[in-house]
Design a protein around this ligand. Structure first.
Ligand SMILES: Cc1cc2nc3c(=O)[nH]c(=O)nc-3n(C[C@H](O)[C@H](O)[C@H](O)COP(=O)(O)O)c2cc1C
Length: 232
């Protein structure tokens, strides 16, 4: 056991040597002047996302969603951006109400979202209250998906233990048959959430490490925003 631990520690050190040698913020990063940023953060978000999509940044719509359970236990996972309301700085994502995130959001309807686009050295953070959208929006979100994606949502019970590949394959075949037979069917636990940012923060890394960090805070519950630069 001791010999194995020593080998593992040596492997960890070798791994970290490679981590420290890995490039960070390499290449040309886009300029960002906080002084000319829009007064509303949703517009800045849409501009940054639009540019990332246009330039072929890989999967810029994948975002880390952080939630907290009733007892405060945090958890995070990636989800897909399903909608945006840039005038209001709100974004939409979807999941299953019985998943960990679904149960967290029932208990504490607040969340944080974090995007990171390494090719740009850009990080965007949003946090705020989360609302569950109604039945029609939920239906539209679900039926806009491919048959494979819809079948995945009907396969098994998310975030619960799975006995193995055999059980998975069996459930998946049954789910694919269900979607083919009833293409309009929506799982009762499919949920679409709208996070309305109370805060939004934009980080633009610069190769010389003179990073820029701009935070917007919503004035009360309204449409106005305050802006402040933060030390990076
Ligand atoms: C690229 C990618 C996109 C994903 N998109 C979603 C999504 O939009 N909604 C979702 O519920 N899970 C999505 N997942 C799965 C989640 O990351 C997570 O594993 C799952 O939702 C269970 O999380 P939970 O138990 O913490 O709620 C995605 C995973 C990957 C790798």
């Amino acid at each position: 056991m001791q010999a194995e631990d020593d080998d593992t520690a040596a492997a960890d050190r070798a791994l970290m040597e490679r981590v420290w040698a890995a490039p960070v913020l390499a290449g040309e990063l886009p300029p960002f002047d906080p002084d000319t940023a829009p007064a509303r953060p949703g517009l800045l978000f849409a501009g940054w996302l639009g540019r990332a999509l246009g330039d072929g940044v890989p999967e810029p719509h994948i975002v880390t969603l952080s939630t907290a359970a009733a007892d405060g236990t945090p958890s995070a996972r990636v989800v897909m951006l399903r909608g945006v309301d840039s005038a209001d700085c709100a974004v939409v994502f979807a999941g299953d109400r019985l998943s960990v995130k679904g149960r967290d959001l029932s208990a504490r309807p607040v969340a944080a979202l974090t995007w990171y686009w390494p090719a740009y050295g850009r990080q965007i953070r949003m946090a705020g209250p989360v609302d569950l959208l109604g039945a029609e929006a939920t239906r539209q979100d679900f039926l806009a998906r491919s048959p494979l994606s819809r079948a995945a949502a009907f396969t098994g019970r998310i975030s619960t233990p799975l006995s193995g590949q055999e059980e998975y394959d069996r459930e998946r075949r049954a789910a694919q048959a269900l979607v083919a037979a009833e293409p309009e069917r929506v799982p009762p636990t499919h949920a679409v959430y709208r996070l309305r940012a109370a805060e939004a923060e934009f980080f633009q890394a610069r190769p010389d490490r003179s990073h820029a960090r701009l935070r917007y805070t919503r004035d009360g519950d309204g449409d106005g925003w305050s802006r402040i630069l933060l030390w990076p």
